[in-house]
Design a protein around this ligand. Structure first.
Ligand code: F6R
Length: 368
């Protein structure tokens, strides 16, 4: 069942190229029609949507944060991302023109289910991105776009996360095409780029020994920071969450630009700081993160960069560089999160912990 791996988590990390490929498969024609598994929303309603609210918890919510960057860019529809349990207990502004997107691996997370019910009571349409067929959230939503990650057994989410991100890209490209705007001509290009992602993910996984070696060298650390900008920000949050839940190490993710507004006070000699470095083909974005890399390096921190191949700028400042293939900015999370998953899993293994079943956690949280 573990496919020759010692743990489900390692197997599921290796399943990720397939999870993305299967989620893309047969889903979208070049004319932009998306295969929603269960569609109880009229296309004319989707054309009129004036706001999208993503509701989810934990890792699934980070997939929602990635979705915001992509969907706002392609569709010019404002996207809010909200933790499902927060959405439910305030008085959110939703109407018949709001599309609520619920993201969930299990389809049974009570917090997310309550948010779905609340949104529908307010007249919003709910589209669910779900991994588990026939689950409660899939049944109670107006439309379902299934992620085809296959069953995820390890408590900490890995392959469901990349499949969720992939599904939100499909949704964004579909809505862009349906609504037609100046960015909708990017649809074909991006579909093409998306099809290349499974191989790129496999390339990163093939370098896992270097990342395991890094985890071995860092097995005694007690605190790790993760910094990213733009889509690298949710990846930083996910890297920190993985380390907390698997290796029980204090870890925090920040938006890199926020550093000077407080977190830089935490940076001292030897403090490990991971940077998710954007592609140098986005020079402004890249330069901004590089200036944070320099600041942190100047304070004696141990800088660890996840950077594209050929990005030589990082070498001067980083103690270690983990390479990822060249990838369009919006799709970066699919490759940049992989080393962080491998790192957290390997560090937990170094500490002799149960990576499949971390303490105090349940695979699906069916209580509010
Ligand atoms: C983290 C993790 C959790 C889940 C969250 C939502 O590794 O697994 O944060 O992502 O509990 O669960 P689902 O996606 O089943 O709604």
């Amino acid at each position: 069942v573990k496919g020759g791996f010692a743990t489900f988590m390692e197997k599921e990390i290796h399943d990720q190229p397939a999870a993305v490929r299967d989620t893309l498969l047969g889903r979208m024609s070049p004319t932009g029609s998306l295969q929603l598994d269960e569609l109880r929303i009229d296309e004319s309603i989707l054309r009129r949507v004036d706001k999208i609210v993503v509701v989810a918890c934990g890792t699934a919510a980070y997939a929602g944060h990635v979705a915001k960057y992509a969907i706002e860019h392609w569709c010019r529809i404002p996207v809010e991302v909200e933790l499902a349990h927060e959405f439910r207990y305030r008085d959110p502004v939703v109407s018949e023109k709001t599309l609520v997107v619920a993201i969930t691996q299990s389809g049974e997370t009570m917090d997310t289910l309550m948010a779905v019910r609340h949104a529908r009571e307010q007249g919003a349409k709910v589209l669910a991105i779900v991994n588990t067929h026939g689950s409660t959230i899939a049944r109670e939503s107006d439309a379902v776009l299934y992620t085809h990650a296959g069953p995820e057994v390890a408590v900490a989410s890995t392959k469901a996360f990349v499949a969720q991100i992939t599904a939100t890209y499909l949704l964004g490209l579909y809505l862009a095409q349906l609504r037609g705007n100046k960015y909708s001509d990017e649809v074909v290009t991006y579909l093409d780029e998306l099809m290349k992602m499974p191989d790129k993910i496999a390339e990163v996984i093939a370098r896992e020994d270097d990342i395991k070696d890094l985890a071995h060298r860092m097995k005694d650390v007690t605190s790790v920071l993760f910094l990213g900008r733009h889509v690298g920000f949710p990846v930083a949050l996910e890297g920190a969450l993985k380390l907390k839940e698997l290796a029980y190490i204090h870890a925090e993710g920040f938006a890199a630009g926020e550093l000077k507004h407080g977190p830089i006070a935490l940076v001292e000699e030897g403090q490990p700081v991971f940077f998710i470095v954007p592609t140098p083909r986005r020079p402004l974005l890249h330069a901004k993160v590089m200036s944070n890399v320099r600041e942190v390096n100047a304070r004696g921190a141990r800088v660890l960069c996840i950077a594209e191949e050929g990005d030589t700028a990082v070498e001067e400042f980083a103690a270690d560089v983990i390479r990822i293939p060249e990838t369009p900015t919006l799709l970066h999370p699919l490759v940049s999160v992989i080393p962080l998953q491998i790192f957290a899993c390997a560090l937990a293994a170094e500490k002799g912990l149960d990576v499949d079943q971390p303490r105090n956690l349940a695979k699906s949280v069916t209580v509010e």
